[in-house]
Ligand binder design. Structure first.
Ligand code: ADP
Length: 400
């Protein structure tokens, strides 16, 4: 029986899991999972898709027709049952979790005990869309496998050594001292991209690189020598780029106006900024980029234009911070799949030396810049689960 590590990535309405061999062959970690799955549409119409050794499999048993009321905790319990009965040749030795917020205390992966769990729970107000689901998954595994080591891997971790100026808000010093600073998120995705981008970029990967993680949640990270110099998300994952449902950066005066002049409660403002804004709010149609791309409605068009404008503006700001740009990397659902969005963002950056090769872009190739482009432009699929499993493997030292 071979040892395996379960990586769990619980998002607001999705749950991804992947089982990895708990070994490093010749010091190299395999980023290919043995089994991987994703449950989409939690709370609406949950559906599991699963792959074994990269090939889709037929779903049977209780996860074939998931009840509408199932949430992250109960789904994790079902996934554990399924892994045990269908893939019994694996001996689970640890579970690693994507934990969105590590606050100022947690930068590196940490084994979860009662005290750590409590501290993570205290961070819920800083990541209300994700942290509760991350914790529900931990609790479900504790309930069915109390002795299994569980490791929290932080989305904020990659950004913790950002320069101090990149972390500070221009607020009274006392607030910064209390931890009201820019943390940044999507760190597991950035760490993964940083670890593999040399395969596509060669030595350019060690230069000035901007990685654009464009999914339902969207952010960018400016890297120098594969370390974070700046990132677009802030104290919470509400800051920065326009997202599926989140506004991204906003004049704080708008929040005051909504509360003081419009009489909205803080909860109503929360709901507007996290759930009703972004692509959904501007289009009035959907938070889903694919649906907007297929729409002929002018509001869908304007939502896409604003998404690309904000991305282009962020690239300009990050290039200034980096003092130039060697490569732009696209990743996540929109970044990996939408040739139109990549083209539209880059088309406004010709002055910076970016030139897309239309054919390579349409074919979703990994290098999509034209030969004359002064900046390399790449598409690299992210793999947060591989990063979680590798960190978990290292922490519990189950290397063979
Ligand atoms: P999450 O942040 O939930 O992990 P993903 O990285 O899966 O999100 O990205 C989801 C987004 O990617 C959605 O807006 C979806 O419409 C978009 N997307 C996926 N495939 C395509 C495609 N072929 N064309 C345009 N957008 C796409």
């Amino acid at each position: 029986m071979s040892n395996a590590i379960l990586a769990v990535n619980s998002g607001s309405s999705s749950l991804k899991f992947a089982l990895f061999a708990a070994t490093r062959q010749s010091g190299e970690w395999s980023n290919e999972p043995l089994v991987s799955g994703k449950i989409n549409g939690i709370g609406r119409k949950p559906m599991l898709s699963e792959k074994v050794n990269g090939k889709p499999v037929e779903i049977s048993g209780p996860l074939k027709n998931i009840p509408l009321e199932a949430r992250h905790g109960s789904l994790i319990a079902l996934i554990l049952e399924r892994l045990n009965s269908h893939y019994s040749k694996f001996n689970l030795v640890a579970a690693g979790h994507r934990m969105v917020h590590g606050g100022s205390e947690f930068a590196s992966p940490v084994q979860i005990d009662a005290e750590v769990r409590k501290k993570l729970e205290n961070l819920i107000p800083l990541a209300p869309l994700h942290q509760p689901h991350n914790l529900a998954a931990i609790d479900a595994i504790t309930a069915s496998m109390p002795d299994l080591p569980q490791i929290a891997c932080f989305d904020t971790g990659f950004h913790r050594d950002m320069p101090r100026l990149a972390q500070l808000f221009a607020l009274p010093r006392k607030l910064s001292d209390d931890g009201v600073i820019r943390y940044g998120f999507h760190g597991l995705s950035y760490e993964y991209i940083a670890s593999v981008m040399g395969e596509t970029l060669g030595t350019v990967a060690d230069g000035k690189v901007i990685v654009a993680h464009l999914g339902n949640g969207a952010s960018m990270c400016a890297m120098l020598n594969r370390h974070c110099l700046s990132t677009s998300m802030g104290f919470t994952a509400l800051d920065g780029l326009m997202m599926g449902r989140r506004s991204g950066s906003l004049d704080a005066g708008v929040v005051l106006h909504l509360i003081q002049q419009k009489g909205l409660t803080p909860d109503e403002v929360w709901h507007m900024l996290y759930r009703e804004s972004g692509l959904l709010g501007v289009s009035g149609i959907s938070n889903n980029m694919k649906i907007l791309e297929e729409s002929t409605n002018p509001h869908a068009r304007e939502a896409i234009d604003l998404f690309c404008y904000r991305a282009m503006r962020e690239i300009g700001a990050m290039t200034a911070i980096l003092g130039g740009l060697d490569a732009l990397v696209f990743t996540a659902g929109i970044g990996q799949n939408s040739a139109r969005i990549r083209q539209q963002i880059c088309s406004q950056l010709g002055w910076l030396g970016l030139q897309v090769d239309a054919d390579a872009n349409d074919r979703n190739l990994s290098v999509i810049n034209a030969a004359i482009s002064e900046v390399k432009i790449c598409v690299i699929p992210t793999n947060e689960e591989a990063m979680i499993a590798a960190a978990t493997c290292d922490l519990i030292a189950v290397r063979k």
